[in-house]
Design a binder for this molecule. Structure first.
Ligand code: DGL
Length: 268
């Protein structure tokens, strides 16, 4: 048994979509969430910069005595996972790309797969490489959708501007005949209903979050690291800058209010 909390981070509110699945899967675990609201978006930044930001966040989470880290961010998972694992060998680190790939392989029938994510995720080739390694016949049609991040951060989840943006980005992918669409950015499930309405019911939307939560549970169970608590876990939220919308988005995504505390992340 291990009563220490689980550390989870993202550039902003996107990772809350992963927190939601982790709370469902592991309700009795304590969680410390960090959203890098001062430096969002990550998707347009270089690998070196995003690696530095992630290292600072993990150092901060270590001060909270976390037992494992969940990278609730595809940009970090696809660009920095290996180097973060080397920098912090003492900490188990779970990322989201593996889960997205496995989920997608299990749902695609025609092997035409759409992948949307940030520019950094799409150009890393991480999803494509792993999908093709799993099944060389898979064709991946990809599109970076950078404007989905500010829409999600703003809570514009299904208004006219969101619908037009979805149409502009996804029109070309749907024309290719994809039968599944990977939401390769943890902000995008916030726009899921808008995306789903546009792509239609013949396209299965793949959100890596659920399988990520499952993998975390399996890992903790295998290593005897589940908390063993019998009551609901504690949840703490931290941000790197004041962000008025954080509490609102928490309520929208997690259906429960939260109060985020500000941390000077540059110190770490
Ligand atoms: N939510 C993140 C991801 O999954 C980062 C988005 C961003 O900050 O650009 O990629």
């Amino acid at each position: 048994m291990d009563k220490r909390p689980i550390g989870i981070f993202d550039s902003g509110v996107g990772g809350l979509t992963v927190v939601k699945q982790i709370i469902k899967m592991l309700p009795e675990e304590d969680i410390i969430y960090f959203g890098d609201t001062a430096r969002v978006p990550y998707g347009a930044k270089s690998k070196a910069t995003v690696t530095k930001f992630s290292e600072q966040i993990i150092r901060f989470l270590k001060t909270k005595n976390v037992k494992a880290i969940v990278i609730a961010c595809n940009t970090v998972s696809s660009n920095c996972y290996e180097s973060l694992s080397e920098t912090f060998p003492e900490l188990p680190i779970i990322e989201v790309v593996t889960s997205g790939v496995e989920t997608c392989i299990s749902v695609t029938k025609n092997k035409k797969v759409g992948l949307i994510g940030t520019q950094a995720t799409v150009s890393s080739g991480a999803y494509e490489r792993r999908l093709k390694r799993a099944d060389s016949e898979i064709e991946v049609y990809k599109k970076a959708c950078p404007l989905f991040v500010p829409l999600a951060e703003e809570g514009w989840t299904n208004n006219e501007i969101a619908r037009l943006t979805v149409k502009e980005y996804l029109g070309g992918l749907v024309e290719k005949g994809i039968d599944s669409l990977i939401l390769g950015c943890t902000h995008y499930p916030i726009l899921k209903s808008c995306i789903g309405e546009f792509v239609g019911e013949n396209v299965t939307i793949v959100d890596p979050a659920k399988v990520t939560a499952q993998k975390l549970k399996e890992f903790l169970a295998e290593h005897d690291m589940l908390s063993g608590n019998t009551s609901e876990g504690k949840r703490e939220f931290y941000v790197s800058d004041d962000y008025a919308n954080f509490d609102t988005m928490c309520l929208i995504v997690l259906s429960s209010p939260c109060k985020a505390e500000k941390v000077d992340i540059e110190k770490y």
